[in-house]
Design a protein around this ligand. Sequence first.
Ligand code: HEM
Length: 118
Amino acid sequence: MDILRIILVILHFVGLASLLGGFLVQVKAIGQGKGTVVRAMIDGALTQLVTGLLLVATIEIGDLYDVNNWKIAVKLLITVVITVLVFVYRKKVPAPSWALWAIGGLTLANIVVAVAWR
Ligand code: HEM
C-alpha cells in the first residue's frame, strides 16, 4: 500500500506543478488584462482532485496513518472551487483577472495548508 501512496504523492506533485505552472505562465498576460485559463490548469486541477481522493483512500484502506480530516476537508473545498473556476472560464477570452488570481492564490493556499497543517 505504501508504494501506491508514494506513486500517488508523486502524481499529486505533478498535478500541483501543472496547475501552478499554468497560472505562472499567465501572470504577465493577466497583468495586461489578456489572461486565459490554459489547459495545464484544467489538467492540474483534475489531477489534484483525483490523486488527492485516491491518496486518502489508500491511506485509510492501508491503515497507513491517521489522516487529518479537517485539513482534507479544507483542501477538498479549495480544490472544488479551483475546478469550478477553471471550467467556468475555460472558453472565456480573456478570462476575468480576478478568477485567474483566485486560481493561483487558492493553489498557493492549498500548498500552505498541505505543508503547515499537520
Ligand atoms: C490545488 C490542490 C492541492 C494542492 C496544491 C495540494 C498540495 C499537496 C502537497 C504539497 C502535499 C505534500 C505535503 C507533504 O507531504 O508534506 C499534499 C499531500 C496530500 N494531499 Fe494534497 N493538494 C491539493 C489537493 C488535495 C485534495 C483535493 C486532497 C483530497 C481530497 C488532497 C489530499 C492529500 C493527502 C491525503 C496528502 C498526503 C499527506 C497528508 O496526509 O496530508 N490534496 N498535497
